[in-house]
Design a protein around this ligand. Structure first.
Ligand code: TMP
Length: 207
């Protein structure tokens, strides 16, 4: 039996990580074998690449280098974790996948969606998720959720952050119209329970 590969996408504060936990619980209770993972995915080599990507000292990192490193980390994650799980018939719930690169590197870093897709195709060789669930929370609402847990005044950088997040959000909207069959939008501005139920129903329709 072949597995099922699902990815989740969203902007900051979309709550996708909590949704994934609920979805995982549901399918584990139903007796399915579930692999919950996130990029870079706990693979030794990908963790090292992640450290390079997230190191605050690496201010000189070029945007293409960044895109290539995300793609390299994705490749290793795919080969070591996702493909073996698919071959074992597992349900894979992946927090972010190729669409994050298309939006963050392609649009926010202005490298272009097609260019970023090209290097990612080299990395993933057409292993796309069967379904990508975009947890739709408007940027203002998502950032408010983040700030509310920060417990401090909103500053100038935070406002710049809002512009950045609007760009990311718009990027996801563009991707949804580019890949309407693969990417499904669900309204994330509801309770975790309601959002999770919709995600579960979408996945169940594929099982
Ligand atoms: P997270 O907030 O979901 O943990 O994601 C970590 C950050 O990395 C988030 O700001 C999005 C960013 N990212 C990219 O820029 N490109 C990618 O390909 C991935 C997977 C994440």
């Amino acid at each position: 039996m072949k597995g099922l590969f699902i990815s989740f996408e969203g902007t900051e504060g979309s709550g996708k990580t909590s949704i994934i936990k609920e979805v995982e619980k549901h399918f584990l209770n139903k007796g399915l074998q579930v692999l919950t993972t996130r990029e870079p995915g706990g693979i030794r080599i990908s963790e090292k690449i992640r450290d390079i990507l997230l190191d605050k000292d690496h201010l000189e990192m070029d945007a293409r280098t960044e895109a290539l490193l995300f793609a390299a980390s994705r490749r290793q994650h795919l080969v070591e974790k996702i493909r073996p799980a698919l071959n074992h018939g597992k349900l894979i719930l992946c927090d972010r996948f190729v669409d994050s690169s298309l939006v963050y590197q392609g649009i926010a870093r202005k490298l272009g969606i097609d260019e970023v897709m090209q290097i990612n195709q080299f990395a993933i060789e057409n292993t796309f998720p069967e379904l990508t669930i975009f947890v739709d929370v408007r940027p203002e609402v998502g950032l408010k959720r983040v700030f509310d847990t920060l417990n401090r005044e909103v500053n100038r950088l935070d406002l710049e952050k809002l512009e950045f997040h609007k760009m990311i959000y718009q990027g996801y909207m563009d991707l949804i119209s580019k890949y309407p069959d693969r990417i499904r939008r669900i309204d994330g501005e509801r309770s975790i329970d309601d959002v999770s139920k919709e995600a579960i129903a979408l996945i169940e329709s594929l099982i």
